[in-house]
Write a protein that binds this ligand. Structure first.
Ligand code: ADP
Ligand code: ZN
Length: 430
């Protein structure tokens, strides 16, 4: 039933394990130039920790600290012991470099295999990884997990939809890893080729690497007749395998034997009350080569209260609301792109892609939402389209409290990127 005994730990067992692993982590991290200096300045030793709450006495590590420590000032072991280096995608600026020892890679692959087993994948499954390989952790990270679990693993990489589809069909692929924006696009390509996506043998999809909504999940499950499980991770914490949905599909279990997680107010750094939205802060509890302590992820989520019906006691986090940096301030109102996606994807006339464009006419912010319309609806006469445009604008206004300009466009006409989708174009003067 479980892949790993760690899945069945009780709360008290998890917390005891976390405290001892956190002490080990501090002892190891102190060997790196960055933490060595930081801990000395703040008089932090493993003995600083009497309980898990004492972690708050340790300063945060920010993305900028990792950038300043580039390339190797966070290494806690000699570089000769490292066997792999990854870097973040650099979505928000200069990438950061993360090193792994052989033991670290085994640990990561086990976490990943645990996630895949939890959603029902088995060694008999054929698994196609459609995310970019290379420095991006969604490639090799997922890949080694799938191999560890024992699946026949196809390293398809990103893009080249015709080839992806041929592989899916020729090898009767039953499990995939795919980013949400690409999955939406792939459904379009299949339809254009006259193939019903539901006719593919795929039954389970691991979907993550960028934010998406419950409405998008619903669409993907319907389009492909498959189960979609949310997968969260970031390079600084290895990559995928940090938090993952179980078959209940109600939030992602964050593996607390491997990570210590906190959720804080992004402005004050103080913990938010349980169940409230804040910034996720994480500490690696198993990485030897390059431990990272109290890392501010910039990702916004909340702990979901109450036990999960699956029985696992690792706490669950909510679907990510996006990064703090994704928040747009339009006419003084705070808006996350996912609020817009939620409205759009709930409307059957809307196609699979959209773009948010911000402008300022010198006096006032303007927000425009370009929306792809399904082919069968785009053919309608202009009165129908105008009515649709009005409906979308009014639903968006209810959600974001600002009335956007809505522009309907033909499907497959908005720009698409091979990796993570760019949802917002901000043309406002800085
Ligand atoms: P970068 O920060 O440069 O994009 P990574 O490739 O390490 O670097 O991506 C990690 C980030 O991707 C996370 O911090 C988060 O913002 C986003 N992400 C990953 N998985 C998800 C998910 N399931 N839902 C929402 N966002 C996600
Ligand atoms: Zn569960």
């Amino acid at each position: 039933m479980h892949y790993d005994a760690a899945e069945t730990l009780s709360r008290s067992e998890i917390e005891a394990l976390q405290l001892s692993r956190l002490r080990d982590t501090l002892a190891r991290a102190a060997h790196s130039p960055f933490y060595g200096a930081l801990f000395a300045r703040h008089h932090i030793t493993p003995d600083t920790l009497h309980s898990l709450d004492d972690v708050r006495r340790i300063p945060f590590t920010a993305k900028q600290d990792l950038r300043d420590s580039y390339p190797d000032k966070l290494l806690a072991l000699p570089v000769g012991e490292m066997v792999r280096m990854h870097a973040s995608s650099g979505t928000t600026g200069t990438p950061t470099a993360i090193y792994h020892t052989r033991e670290d890679l085994d640990w990561w692959a086990s976490l990943m295999a645990r996630c895949m087993h939890m959603v029902g994948l088995r060694p008999t499954d054929v698994f196609q990884n459609m995310s970019g390989y290379g420095l991006f952790t969604g490639g090799l990270g997922i890949h080694y997990g799938a191999e560890k679990l024992g699946c026949l693993t196809i390293p398809a990489g990103a893009g080249n939809s015709q080839r992806q589809i041929k592989l899916l069909m020729d090898f009767k692929v039953t499990g995939i890893h795919i980013i949400p924006s690409y999955a939406m696009h792939l459904a379009n390509v299949l339809r254009e080729m006259g193939i019903d996506p539901r006719s593919l043998p795929v039954r389970i999809a691991l979907v993550g690497a960028e934010p998406y909504t419950e409405e998008t999940r619903g669409r993907l499950e319907e389009l492909f007749d498959m189960k979609v499980y949310n997968s969260y991770g970031l390079s600084e914490m290895n990559g995928p395998g940090v938090a993952f949905e179980c078959q209940e599909q109600r939030g992602m279990h964050l593996w607390e034997d491997a990570y210590l997680a906190e959720i804080v107010d992004p402005d004050t750094g103080e913990p938010v009350p349980d169940g409230e939205l804040g910034e996720l802060v994480m500490t690696t509890l198993g990485r030897r080569g390059m431990p990272v302590v109290r890392y501010r992820t910039r990702d916004m989520t909340r702990f979901l209260p109450g036990p999960c019906p699956c029985g696992r006691e690792h706490r669950r986090i909510d679907r990510l609301h996006g990064r703090c940096d994704d928040m747009m301030i339009v006419k003084g109102v705070n808006i996350y792109p996912m609020q817009i996606e939620r409205v759009l994807m709930a409307l059957p006339e809307v196609g699979q892609n959209y773009l948010i464009v911000l402008d300022n006419d010198g006096a006032m912010d303007r927000i425009k939402v370009q929306v792809e319309v399904r082919a069968e609806h785009f053919a309608e006469d202009t009165r129908v389209l105008t009515a649709l445009q009005k409906k979308i604008a009014s639903r968006l206004r209810d959600e974001i409290l600002v009335t956007p300009k809505v522009e309907l466009v033909e499907h497959n006409t908005l720009p698409r990127s091979e990796g993570k989708a760019k949802r917002v174009v901000d043309n406002r003067p800085r």
